[in-house]
Design a protein around this ligand. Structure first.
Ligand code: SF4
Ligand code: SF4
Length: 135
């Protein structure tokens, strides 16, 4: 597929913000694929970790933000431990979640959660879930 890129895309201000928030240098990624290979949930992600890094390098932030990947990441750090360049996709996804939640794009509506689920779920899971999915 042909991709048309402009300098504006590649030096996107929004992607620069993701780099600052995550502390990661996206340019270091050379697309070896180790992160996706080790990620336990990449098979469910609309955009797997390796592609997330590439798409951000290309300034395609909006597509990455629209995908479910950042919400599925379980923060296990397999991607980081396997990366030969020391990149943490986990940190990048955390930065994307922070940005989304700052825009009040809550992933779940607390009021919509069914009571039987809330009664059954461990308290810690509920707190962690709210921290991750709600602004
Ligand atoms: S931290 Fe997230 S992206 Fe990285 S391997 Fe674990 S689930 Fe996948
Ligand atoms: S493991 Fe590191 S260098 Fe390899 S694709 Fe993932 S982020 Fe890029």
């Amino acid at each position: 597929m042909k991709i048309n890129l402009s300098n504006q895309d590649v030096q996107s201000v929004s992607v620069g913000k993701v780099e600052r928030l995550s502390g990661e240098d996206l340019k270091k990624c050379y697309q070896c694929g180790n992160c996706s290979g080790g990620c336990p949930v990449s098979y469910k992600m609309e955009i797997p970790p390796t592609r997330i890094m590439r798409m951000l390098q290309l300034g395609r932030l909006e597509e990455v933000k629209a995908a479910n990947s950042m919400w599925l990441c379980v923060g296990c750090l397999q991607c980081y431990s396997r990366c030969p360049k020391g990149c943490s996709v986990a940190a990048v996804l955390e930065a994307l979640r922070q940005e989304a939640l700052r825009e009040s794009a809550d992933r779940v509506d607390v009021k919509e959660l069914p009571m039987p689920l809330l009664k059954k779920a461990p308290q810690q899971a509920i707190v962690c879930g709210f921290r991750k999915f709600v602004s």
